[in-house]
Design a protein. Structure first.
Length: 202
């Protein structure tokens, strides 16, 4: 239980500011994480959307890959959106030859899965543990989850748009990932769920 967690946003590349703003709106203390020293000060972490190959390369360059894996192994809650989902995948399809992930979630993720006809789209997705209307999910060159291991809970799947039935939201313990970008909408429900996870309440 962490009453007032500081939630870091991995600030190597991607839509960092949007995540920080959303967490600010929820009254949570945030920190932009660009170094192992800063990582050591946060209780939980968001990995933003962006370009996973770039995030991966920069994480190696900033000496963050090892420390990030270590924190994940010790149970730090992490929420990854889109490229962040890719970073949390134990297994990746469609990555570049030298692309490394952090891993942590026992899932196989397919990068750029929805195909060219669906570079970006929005659709309603029902998310387990998030009450109310389906989430207005924004997908941008998004991955999907091809398969999950027994310890992973599927939180949501898409119904149409060339990816019928595909898994787009998952959770394994304190690790959560979505193929889409709640940080690009005004809807804070998924971030609120993650804050509850970071507090040990969910
Ligand atoms: N296609 C991107 C990647 O492979 C992810 C896109 C996104 O985060 N919006 O990293």
């Amino acid at each position: 239980m962490t009453a007032n967690p500081t939630i870091g946003v991995l600030a190597l590349q991607g839509d960092v500011a949007e995540h920080v703003r959303m967490l600010d709106d929820l009254g949570v203390a945030t920190a932009r994480v660009l170094s192992a020293e800063r990582l050591a000060t946060v209780d939980a972490l968001v990995i933003p959307g962006g370009e996973s190959t770039t995030i991966s390369k920069l994480a190696v360059r900033h000496g963050l890959m090892g420390p990030l894996r270590e924190r994940v192994a010790r149970g730090m809650p992490v929420y990854g959106t889109c490229a962040g989902m890719i970073m949390l995948a134990d297994r990746l399809l469609g990555g570049t030859a030298d692309q490394e992930t952090l891993g942590g979630i026992d899932m196989t993720v397919r990068r750029n899965a929805f195909g060219r006809q669906a570079e970006s789209f929005e659709t309603g997705v029902r998310i387990d543990g998030v009450g109310g209307d389906p989430f207005d999910a924004v997908f941008i060159r998004a991955p999907w989850v091809e398969s999950v291991g027994p310890g992973v809970t599927v939180l949501g799947s898409v119904n149409g748009t060339g990816g019928a039935g595909r898994i787009v939201a998952v959770r394994q313990g304190g690790l959560m990932a979505t193929s889409f970008h709640p940080e690009l909408t005004g809807d804070t429900r998924i971030h609120r769920l993650f804050v509850d996870i970071a507090k040990g309440h969910a």
